[in-house]
Design a protein around this ligand. Structure first.
Ligand SMILES: [Fe+2]
Length: 361
């Protein structure tokens, strides 16, 4: 019954009645759920309240006008150690508006009618205890629930990030020539978005899009992906289908609809000569235009089966050449400025050989 209070302890109820019969009946109602102590003498109740914790006082209405040392009974009760904030419920044989007004003014919370119906008594008592518990603990409870929600949200975010990263590693593991490609594209694309003044939320979206933009490669035969040397026209057509395959893999993730957009359109060209749909200019979603620049940059700055990473100035020239043709000029310009700032050519695939040459430089 007292589901909230029972979490921490067995509640204690005190009763001040007018006769033993009422006390026995009320005690029997709460027998298994609370410690119930009944009194017919006010002085004994006050003594008990001075020494014990009390969660609820049930008070016979006929005692409400009682005076204790020239004070109203309830005022005196409130001065005892355990009753400062403890709720009081009145029980009475009948009630009218003036009686209700009187007991409410005295600070009682509710009333129970005699004869006692156990179910009604329990419900009223439980209702008051719940209300009091929440009232007294609301700040503590809200803080606890907010902290719990934040903890769960952070755990969900971490799980999301780790799962997407795992997915990116799965994609890259299939292509032995593009190890780490997805993570680098994600990093470059996020930096472009940041320099373009996009808010943090968009930067994060771009990063995750970058991680999974090539997920459709999972559906491409390994012998084509890992083929050393140039691809035939037919093989190139198969490779191109990774955009559509990727979109179909991701399109049902309703919570993150931009996943599919990145996978679908990252090979569109600004001049409309790209694939799979030949979209042009700003018809291409912004997120995909950013990924396109980052993707091409990483392709040129990584070692491939048929060549080493290109020199930085060659990469710069290619980005410049593609400005307004392959790439959105705005994002191409940002990439060019990133290249110019990168005087030590750090933005590239760092193979052990490259790292060694970098340290010796
Ligand atoms: Fe791709």
């Amino acid at each position: 019954m007292t589901d909230i209070l029972c979490v921490s302890h067995i509640p204690a109820f005190a009763i001040l009645g007018d006769n033993e019969r009422d006390l026995r009946q009320l005690q029997s109602i709460f027998l298994s759920e609370a410690t119930v102590v009944g009194f017919t003498k006010t002085s004994e109740l006050l003594d008990w309240l001075g020494d014990n914790d009390c969660d609820l006082l049930l008070l016979d209405f006929c005692r409400i006008n009682e005076q204790v040392e020239d004070q109203p009974l309830l005022k005196c009760v409130r001065q005892t150690r355990s009753m400062a904030r403890t709720p009081v419920i009145i029980f009475t044989e009948g009630i009218d508006a003036s009686m209700e007004q009187r007991f409410l003014r005295c600070g009682a919370k509710d009333y129970i009618l005699k004869p006692f119906y156990p179910d009604v008594v329990r419900r009223r008592v439980n209702h008051i205890l719940r209300y009091e518990y929440l009232h007294n603990h609301v700040t503590q409870e809200v803080s606890y629930q907010v902290a719990l929600a934040e903890k769960r949200l952070a755990a969900s975010r971490r799980l999301f990030q780790e799962m997407v990263l795992a997915l990116a590693k799965t994609i890259d593991a299939k292509d032995r020539y593009t190890s780490g490609h997805s993570e680098r594209v994600a990093d470059y694309a996020r930096t472009i978005a940041e320099k373009a003044g996009e808010p943090q939320e968009i930067q994060d979206e771009i990063y995750y899009i970058g991680l999974v933009h090539d997920i459709g490669k999972i559906g491409i035969p390994k012998n084509i992906i890992n083929k050393p040397g140039r691809l035939t026209d037919d093989e190139y057509t198969v490779i191109q289908s990774h955009t559509v395959i990727g979109a179909s893999i991701l399109q049902n993730i309703d919570e993150v609809p931009w996943f599919a957009i990145g996978a679908h359109y990252h090979h569109e060209r600004y001049d409309g000569q790209g694939y799979p749909q030949g979209l042009k200019g700003e018809e291409i979603p912004k997120l995909a235009r950013i990924i396109a620049v980052a993707d091409a940059y990483d392709a040129m700055t990584s070692t491939r089966s048929y060549r080493s990473a290109l020199p930085q100035q060659t990469v710069r020239a290619e980005i410049l050449k593609g400005r307004g043709q392959q790439f959105d000029p705005y994002y191409a310009d940002i990439m060019l400025s990133m290249i110019d700032e990168d005087v030590h050519y750090r933005l590239r695939e760092h193979t052990p050989i490259l790292l060694t040459s970098h340290h010796s430089a």
